[in-house]
Design a binder for this molecule. Sequence first.
Ligand code: HEM
Ligand code: MTE
Length: 478
Amino acid sequence: TSALPVYTLEEVTKHCSLDNGVWVTYKGEVYDITAFVAMHPGGDKILLAAGGSLEPYWALYAVHEQDHVFEILSEYKIGVLNTESIKKQESVNTLDPYSAEPTRHPALRINSLKPFNAEPPSSILSDNYITPSVIFFKRNHLPVPRVDPETYRLEIEGLPGGVVSLTLNELKSCFPKHTITATLQCAGNRRSEMNTVKQVKGLNWGIAAISNATWSGALLRDVLLHYGFGPEVAAKAQHVQFEGLDKDVTGTAYGASIPLNKAVSEDGDVLLAYEMNGEDLPPDHGYPVRVVVPGIVGARNVKWLGKIVVSEEESKSHWQQNDYKGFSPGTDWDTVDFKSAPAIQELPIQSAITHPAEGTSVDASDGEVTVKGYAWSGGGREVVRVDVSIDGGKTWHVAKLRTGDKGQQAPPPPPGKAWAWTLWEIDVPLPHRAQELEIVCKAVDSSYNMQPDTVAPIWNLRGVLSNAWHRVKVKVNE
Ligand code: HEM
Ligand code: MTE
């Protein structure tokens, strides 16, 4: 009973550019979104759907499943599709790029389902020194690619002998297997605290976008040296780029790069990892091969690794160039120049309280409160001290540090190779007649770097590098 014009797919398809107008369809209705293209928060990716249906793209970017998005779309409605056209579109509209996603542990706190981003509840984060893989935080930008280990090939470019193509078996059998324990932390860990100052753009991570695992694989250094890396290459190249096998709708792979020095240094410990916690990498963590760059921000630890390029240049990837960079609190989306800031590599000193949880209570009769948490620093810098206060930072106590599961204290790592986090714990006596506690922690690393006391001075528009003193308020029951 709609009085709106009826269109065929052929008519819609003609409107596939800014010159001819941009039409799209959604659930059998036709929209002329020409005027909206320039206002689209996701940029000109929107043109990929020009002349066709939105469904397959919105299935890829579930951020669109929100009322405010549907409201915007409704403003541009110009007609409906005829029945035959709707039938023709059916198969493409029900395509779900996320249909092959692995099953995930129910404890995970989901930040975004498609792509899958989730962190464990902070209350169980520090229960194990080695985080079980099922609750290890997961940060995917795209659908999980399902890779056949038989046909898998790792390509290496930029070495004197030309392009190398390695099978999984060659990677496993031709190079010594090396195991390290390393913590991965997302640049956006604790972003939600930045949102309390002023809204930032990004997933609303709590304190658990960080986890610790053992990783086994070939040393990237061994592989590069085997295929001819030497002084002639080093004289020119400065970066090692990585490309994932996960691709967006334009066919662009996830990518990142690290400095060449980190990749080839004897002390770099960069792994082409095929095992996590003693088993094959799980699909969410990069099966069959991922890079583990210990001490470096999660974003450079490329999963589902397809290609390595030794290069004079950094990766051209969006995630290397226009994301994962830090800015002044005074920089906003109108003034930001992504070229002006370096890509994040090593992360700053970090710590947070995993117990007790915000808003819970402790009993005055216990006489003390047990506080627990984690601490970690980038670049292999060891955590040398964690200070804890229960009165908002007026008085301080030094926590006991732990670098292994209970009873399995590991020897301290060699200087500059503290890749894994430190768990800490302390029993602090309750002050007389306290009704509320403001528990605070701050860590110090081997370069005496410390955390800033508040988040406002380090606020940045992307909400990265959030490492202020962590504060938790709890009540004291009489
Ligand atoms: C984000 C609207 C089509 C890719 C957004 C947002 C809106 C929006 C309102 C911000 C959502 C939020 O953060 O709450 C629309 C409308 C579309 C359309 C009205 C069609 C008429 C598309 C298409 C693609 C796309 C076809 C991809 C091929 C994206 C991406 C983002 C986004 C990647 C996230 C940007 C970020 O990282 O913040 N879109 N969109 N959009 N859109 Fe669209
Ligand atoms: N590699 C690929 N190929 N695709 C991705 O989306 N995400 C990166 C990195 N490697 C990503 C990737 C980011 S931002 C982080 S924080 C880590 O993977 C997360 O690793 P995890 O999911 O194993 O915890």
